[in-house]
Design a protein around this ligand. Structure first.
Ligand code: G16
Length: 544
């Protein structure tokens, strides 16, 4: 088995986005495309000799092939040890857990998250560092720079190895360990939450719940934790077998795509609690009986009640949320007397704050919630947190939600996505709006007067890195807000995201449908940015 050097040249379209490189399978299948990017990761890391990594992914089409390619290239580049999940499977949170638990130098995670899979679907690859978190912008910039210089990659002249049996093999002089992808993560969850209390809730004859794994990676994790360790009834976890095309579904845990879960929540025997996770297991959606718990509210509620959970009973250091996420968590942080950090969209911005001990909990409107137990957002962790709260407070999820609104007021929130828009049109809309920001204060739009408007810029309080151009914010005198951003995770054209939130304290107005409560802001956004006129779209493609 010898190291071979393959000549190549830079390929277009290898700039990492919000969360690694996410492209269609067709793009990844182009000659040298995957190999160029993987070698660029190794080149950006510098000398790889002696380095240890974890590799695994969400099980989508191309996952197994990519894992084999990466193992050969890791060996050829001199890595000394690579842990790989059995079947090349690993959820994103489990990868983060394993990097931290075994003190590895990093990991390569294969996933396009909630994007559809299969030969016609998407694939993705992201690098996580030694803290277990997504590579910060300095590292993704170095990887991108390496993709522009690459002239060869290294691999081994050897066949695929059997990834379906746990055990150890050597590849060249690299030790490859094929590990149980679930055990370490399940042990970590057991150390954070009151498992006996959750088990007694799940064993209660009147508490029925459903977890929809959407034929994605969390199936094996949810079966082990919810059904085997916590004793939930068999069948609590649905769509539990990871499939390469997610069973033809869209593994995005929202009300539109988790249709089977929604039907069960509203079925003949309505459930008390429902939850779903996404392709790679880092997102979560939680539902109470008759209520959808918005991710922005979920972060605020977890923070407000964290003292119920063993791992967080000693208190929270601080909370962080991405800028477009509603300000519900800010109200909790203020009451707790702890700092609240507003970061750009992207989990990578939370890592420094956690490493420096500045925050314990963080979350995003995009169905991501997490804590410093790892450095990724964590879908099942959020579900267990909610179950521990329901058990610890002896209240159903819907009551916990309503009591929170009555105590803190409600931050109505919605996001409207315009997908697969021509890139030049989306850019023109954003450029025109950006140019108008300095003169907007005082303007009245659909009954809301603009107080301030800016293009969000973040200075990392730990290392001083400045990330500019992170979203256009329109702040109104009445406390409402509209944010415009272009997504960094789409694979077709551009996706315009428009985020809306407004604050309501009147107890009589806490139960409105968000689309109704925010309707005048939708009109204001169209009047201001000309969405209908410039994009030719009268309705968003997705509303969350
Ligand atoms: C990724 C990032 C998140 C981000 C989301 C949406 O999540 O990890 O931090 O909020 O994309 O990003 P954008 O608005 O740029 O599309 P995931 O679950 O897709 O990996």
């Amino acid at each position: 088995m010898s190291v071979i050097r393959i000549d190549t040249q830079p390929l277009a379209g290898q700039k990492p986005g919000t969360s690694g490189l996410r492209k269609t399978v067709a793009e990844f299948s182009r000659p040298h495309y995957l190999e160029n990017f993987v070698q660029s990761i190794f080149n950006a890391l510098g000398d790889c000799s002696g380095k240890s990594l974890v590799v695994g992914g969400d099980g989508r089409y191309y996952n197994r092939h990519a894992a084999q390619v990466i193992l050969r290239m890791a060996a050829a580049n001199g890595c000394s040890r690579v842990l790989v999940g059995q079947g090349a499977l690993l959820s994103t949170p489990a990868a983060s857990c394993i990097i931290r638990k075994y003190g590895l130098d990093g990991g390569i995670v294969l996933s396009a998250s909630h994007n559809p899979g299969g030969p016609e679907g998407d694939f993705g690859i992201k690098f996580n560092g030694a803290n277990g978190g997504p590579a910060p912008e300095s590292v993704t910039a170095a990887i991108f720079a390496a993709t522009a210089r690459i002239d060869h990659y290294l691999t081994l002249d050897t066949a695929d190895i059997d990834l379906d049996q746990p055990g150890a093999v050597t590849l060249g002089s690299t030790a490859i360990e094929i590990i149980d992808p679930v055990a370490d993560y399940a042990d970590l969850m057991a150390s954070l939450f009151d498992f006996p209390k959750i088990a007694s809730l799940l064993g209660h004859r009147r508490f029925h719940m459903c977890f929809d794994a959407m034929h994605a990676i969390t199936g094996p994790y949810a079966l082990e934790i919810l059904e085997r360790r916590l004793g939930a009834a068999a069948g609590t976890v649905i769509n539990a077998v990871p499939l390469e095309d997610f069973g033809g579904g869209h593994p995005d845990p929202n009300l539109a795509h988790a249709g089977e879960l929604v039907a069960r929540m509203n079925g003949d025997e309505p459930l008390a609690f429902g939850a779903a996770s996404d392709g790679d297991g880092d997102r979560n959606m939680v539902l109470g009986s008759g209520v959808f718990i918005n991710p922005c509210d979920s972060l605020a509620i977890l923070a407000a009640n964290a003292s119920v959970i063993p791992a967080y009973a000693a208190g929270l250091a601080g909370i962080a949320r991405s800028m477009p996420t509603s300000r519900a968590a800010d109200r909790v942080a203020a009451e707790l007397g702890i700092p609240l950090f507003e970061t750009p969209t992207g989990w990578k911005f939370f890592g420094n704050l956690m490493d420096a001990g500045r925050i314990t909990l963080c979350g995003e409107e995009s169905f991501g919630t997490g804590s410093s137990h790892i450095r990724e957002k964590d879908g099942l962790w959020a579900v267990l947190f909610w179950l521990n709260l329901i058990a610890g407070l002896s209240k159903p999820a819907r009551t916990i939600l309503r009591e929170h609104w009555h105590r803190y007021g409600r931050d109505y929130f919605s996001r409207h996505d315009y997908e697969a828009v021509a890139e030049d049109r989306a850019t023109a809309l954003m450029d025109a709006l950006r140019a108008r920001l300095p003169g907007l204060a005082g303007t009245c739009l659909a009954g809301h007067t603009v107080a301030a408007a800016d293009d969000f810029s973040y200075t990392d309080p730990v290392d001083g890195t400045v990330s500019a151009g992170q979203g256009l914010r329109i702040l109104f005198e009445d406390g409402a807000r509209i944010v415009f951003r272009l997504s960094g995770t789409g694979t077709a054209g551009a996706t315009l995201r428009v985020y809306y939130d407004s604050y309501q304290r009147d107890p009589a107005l806490l139960e409105l449908a968000p689309q109704r409560a925010l309707a005048t802001l939708f009109a204001a956004a169209d009047e201001l940015a000309g969405i209908t006129r410039l994009l030719g779209r009268s309705q968003p493609d997705v509303i969350t």
